[in-house]
Ligand binder design. Structure first.
Ligand SMILES: Cc1cc2nc3c(=O)[nH]c(=O)nc-3n(C[C@H](O)[C@H](O)[C@H](O)COP(=O)(O)OP(=O)(O)OC[C@H]3O[C@@H](n4cnc5c(N)ncnc54)[C@H](O)[C@@H]3O)c2cc1C
Ligand code: SF4
Length: 502
């Protein structure tokens, strides 16, 4: 009203209707009057003992002064926090239906990801309502005609095409109270961990597109023999390439032979079938003679895969002592419309440090750029850079040694899967490295140590890598007095031939 967003012609004072009582019900539940103040509800002994979820949610909201004033009914009906709703110079469908939604292309970090529409993406802001919803609350409403009860689950509406309508109240109805059924058994926790942390870090890091530039560019020699195609190429997974080429040429895979004895550098860029093999196979078919296609270095950037650029937002919450309470690592990257590869930059954050509250996710944008795919250390290379940079920045904020901060947050088990680590010696590694690199002698203040014209500093970072295991297949034939063994693999320089011949 102060901002002229609402200009009612009539105001009704409901303060004196006696709706300010918290009553225990015979069925073990509780009835909360619509005018019960948030602070009184949070302080109520019965609520604190039986519905701690609600008490905590109330205390997580607003400030003490606001909670002293805010009522149960008012909190349920509080308006959005969207900045554009309060800015009458900007379009807002919620404030002025049909005017548009400034948040869609504007500042929308505080907005919803799920349940939105192209008309409005505002999130519903009440902490109290979230807890009440989890406790299966019902809202009692009344008007001159009578009373009715609405399950809180059905009380608020999604924006859809009518974002100006936020609930299922009828014109003239007021909220008289909220009832909660008997409290459920078990532990109740409500956490707004990041907001409640003593020290917070919210940083966004960007990494650019990166291309493979292995010594040996992609090259293929293809020839046809009795309706079968034989392809000499440089490829890291011949069995998948056999399937993909067969599919591309509409042939049975038995008629496609991939010979990829050695790979002169791939780093992920030769995992899959590339244009050189397809073009060589097609040209050889057309010309009825062997054809070799070798990509130039420039072509590699355009017709093979690359690591996509990332935007990574990291939020860390910690106590003054440096114990992490919350970790969030959100990643955005892009790929072609039908390709679902994403740079798994947040994956290792799931196992790296302990923190009770955690959020990791990856979001993919459709971009008309060359196909994105694995490049050396997919995920880890750029993801660790971001999380480790954030840990260093947090260490500086806390005035804690970066190694001590990491040691302090060393998990005793996988923090998300809750299973023990088979082996993990990260702390040992950091301690040993510190000794070898003379960490103790380092000056932690930046720009203090010079070597001629150079500024010299010592830093550190942890690294962790997932290990993808998949079953291996081998075809074995017993031929009279010896075994004939066939399996598809190659040596990318890591010694597979030496190992598997043993
Ligand atoms: C800076 C700030 C930070 C905040 N942070 C949080 C937060 O972190 N979490 C959180 O949950 N909340 C937060 N709030 C919201 C706050 O806790 C209150 O819930 C909110 O201000 C509404 O409370 P109120 O009782 O004063 O309602 P009012 O402003 O009086 O009412 C809100 C609307 O509901 C209508 N209304 C009120 N009572 C009834 C009724 N019984 N029947 C029908 N209609 C009714 C009013 O007419 C009005 O349209 C914040 C508010 C501010 C200003
Ligand atoms: S998100 Fe909703 S409230 Fe915000 S500007 Fe768009 S329509 Fe208005």
């Amino acid at each position: 009203m102060k901002l002229q967003i609402e200009a009612p012609t009539t105001l009704v004072d409901i303060n004196h209707l006696g709706l300010d009582k918290i009553e225990e019900m015979p069925d073990g539940g509780v009835r909360i009057g619509a005018m019960v103040r948030n602070s009184d509800l949070a302080a109520d002994l019965h609520i604190r003992k039986n519905y701690p979820l609600l008490a905590r949610a109330l205390l997580a909201g607003a400030s003490a002064q606001l909670r002293n004033k805010a009522t149960t009914g008012g909190n349920l009906l509080q308006r959005t926090r969207c900045y554009y709703f309060y800015d009458t110079t900007k379009p807002c469908n919620k404030r002025e239906p049909g005017s548009g939604c400034a948040a869609l292309e504007g500042f929308n970090r505080i907005h919803a990801i799920l349940g939105t529409s192209d008309q409005c993406i505002a999130v519903y802001p009440s902490d109290m309502a979230v807890a009440m919803r989890a406790l299966d609350a019902k809202v009692e409403v009344a008007d001159a005609q009578g009373k009715r009860t609405i399950a809180l689950a059905d009380f608020h509406t999604l924006p859809g095409t009518t974002p100006q309508i936020e609930n299922t109240l009828n014109k003239g109805e007021i909220i008289t109270g909220v009832t909660l059924p008997k409290a459920p058994k078990g532990k109740q926790i409500y956490r707004k961990a990041y907001d409640a942390s003593d020290v917070k870090l919210d940083a966004t890091y960007k990494t650019p597109d990166q291309c493979h530039a292995m010594m040996e560019p992609h090259a293929t020699l293809a020839l046809w023999q009795d309706g079968k195609i034989v392809v000499y190429t440089s490829n890291q997974i011949p069995s998948k390439t056999q399937e993909a080429l067969a599919q591309t040429l509409k042939m049975d895979k038995e008629n496609v032979r991939i010979i990829s004895r050695y790979v002169g550098g791939g780093f992920g860029g030769k995992l899959w079938l590339s244009g050189d093999a397809v073009l060589a196979a097609l040209a050889a078919h057309q010309l009825k003679r062997p054809v070799k296609v070798a990509l130039t270095r420039q072509q590699i950037f355009h017709v093979t895969t690359h690591r996509p650029a990332t935007i990574q937002r990291i939020r860390l919450g910690a106590t003054q002592e440096g114990k992490l309470t919350a970790i969030a690592h959100e990643v955005w990257c892009g790929d072609l419309p039908d390709n679902e590869f994403y740079e798994s930059a947040a994956d290792q954050t799931r196992s790296l440090y302990a923190a009770a509250d955690r959020l990791t996710n990856h979001k993919l944008a459709t971009l008309d750029l060359p196909k994105a795919d694995s490049m050396r250390a997919p995920g880890e290379a750029v993801g660790l850079l971001a999380i480790e940079q954030a840990m260093d920045e947090l260490a500086e904020k806390l005035n804690i040694d970066p190694i001590d901060l990491r040691v302090l947050n060393e998990p005793t088990e996988d923090p998300e899967k809750k299973v023990p680590f088979s082996t993990r010696n990260l702390v040992g590694c950091m301690r040993e490295g510190a000794k070898l690199f003379g960490w103790e002698k380092r000056n932690p203040i930046p720009k203090q140590v010079r070597d001629g014209n150079w500024l010299v500093g010592i830093g550190m970072a942890s690294a962790i890598r997932g290990n993808i295991l998949s079953p291996a297949k081998c075809h074995v034939r017993l031929i009279l007095w010896y075994f004939d063994r066939t399996n598809g693999f190659n040596d990318i320089g890591t010694g597979s031939y030496t190992i598997l011949h043993k």
